[in-house]
Ligand binder design. Structure first.
Ligand code: TXA
Ligand code: MG
Length: 352
């Protein structure tokens, strides 16, 4: 067990002592959970192989699943990426700092353990002021996967980090909740045409607006065949899995309500209604005949993204067994929400 320290930083200027403490621990090779605008990250010095190794261990993460390297300014990019295609510069200009991660050829300086043995590196410049202040003060790029135990939903609050990582890391920064709520868009720039490996708050349309053609990896919306090589190692692993069995139900408000109520009625006939929940939108609640937990409203994809992971964690705390999820439309940031839910539901989808 490590002795985990809580470092309150709500304002990077006002809490300068906290920024210095977090940076000091990182420079010494420590592990610190830090807020970003997307989700909390478990940070370590990206150039320190021993520290990065410890991140895999603390998360229980397979060591072939590479990390995202976080930078605070463009000057740091040269230290990690060996070449910058024209498209990378355009995307950096348009979306950094912000929730976009670019996969680029790596420099010698980035240890193999940070990239899971790959010759490419995923890089992101977060917009969150606390994250940037800590990276600057540490004066080194920070490798940071999401700060959850591997397999559980990504953390969007300090509390989630405490629940998952207490006693396993050196410090957890206590700060505001994450505003975006789903992890960054990951786009590979290693081939001729940019490929979206993971959808996020920066949408395919926004990317196309800046660089023209952009494709979306098959695995974003489909299960990878068992023998297929994953373009991004993270796609292979079961993700965001709550203890409950989730089913994603894609249909109109009435279709969804009717489906869930019918399922609940069938379960009641067999005395099996305990633990059934509807993970739905506010508009659905009134007519559902099972316990409900809302993750937003129908047309507000950004709100759904912001609440998604907290709601998945709450379902576990409630002891939910079977959860019928009203699927978002897979458009704009709703595509990211849909992608995460697909994985949480292990691809169990009903189209009404
Ligand atoms: O918003 C985010 O991206 C958060 C915050 C903390 O920045 N980080 C995050 O990291 O979500 P993580 O480790 O949970 O997800 C990183 C994803 C994984 O799916 C991984 O496989 C992929 O990025 N990835 C990392 N390096 C890669 C590479 N060189 N090539 C392809 N995929 C890569
Ligand atoms: Mg993750």
């Amino acid at each position: 067990m490590k002795k985990t320290e809580i470092i309150p930083i709500y304002d990077p200027t006002g809490d300068a002592a906290g920024v210095c403490r977090a940076a000091e621990l990182l420079r010494q090779g420590g592990l610190v959970a830090i807020p970003t605008e997307t989700v909390y990250g478990l940070a370590a010095d990206a150039f320190n192989p021993r520290a990065v190794q410890e991140v895999y261990a603390a998360k229980g993460r397979p060591s072939d699943n590479p990390m995202i390297v976080h930078i605070a300014e463009l000057a740091m990019l040269e230290q990690v990426a060996s070449s910058l295609p024209e498209n990378a510069l355009r995307l950096a200009e348009a979306f950094w700092p912000g929730p976009l991660t670019m996969v680029l050829p790596k420099t010698e300086k980035v240890p193999a353990v940070t990239t899971g043995g790959l010759e490419s590196v995923a890089v992101r410049m977060p917009s969150d002021g606390v994250a940037r202040a800590i990276i600057r003060q540490a004066a080194t790029p920070l490798a940071a996967p999401s700060a959850n135990r591997s397999g559980s939903p990504s953390p969007t609050t300090c509390r989630h980090c405490i629940d998952d990582l207490w006693g396993r890391v050196d410090a957890i920064v206590e700060s505001h909740d994450c505003t975006v709520g789903v992890e960054s868009t990951v786009v590979s720039l290693c081939g001729d045409v940019p490929v979206i490996l993971r959808p996020g708050a920066v949408t395919p349309e926004q990317l196309r607006h800046v660089v023209g053609e952009v494709t979306i990896a098959d695995a974003v919306l489909h299960m990878l065949p068992e023998d297929a090589a994953a373009p991004s190692p993270g796609m292979k692993y079961k993700h965001y899995s709550p203890n409950a069995r989730l089913q994603l139900v894609h249909g109109s408000q009435w279709g969804y309500i009717d489906y869930v109520n019918r399922k609940a009625e069938e379960a009641r006939l067999h005395g099996e209604e305990a633990g059934i929940y509807a993970m739905c939108f506010d508009e659905d609640i009134r007519r559902l005949e099972v316990p409900t937990i809302s993750y937003g409203v129908t047309d507000d994809y950004a709100l759904q993204a912001a609440q998604l992971f907290d709601v998945l964690r709450q379902l576990d705390k409630l002891g939910a067994k079977t959860v019928y999820v009203h699927a978002p439309e897979p458009e704009e940031i709703g595509l990211a929400v849909y992608n995460r839910l697909l994985r949480a539901a292990a691809f169990d989808v009903v189209e009404l």
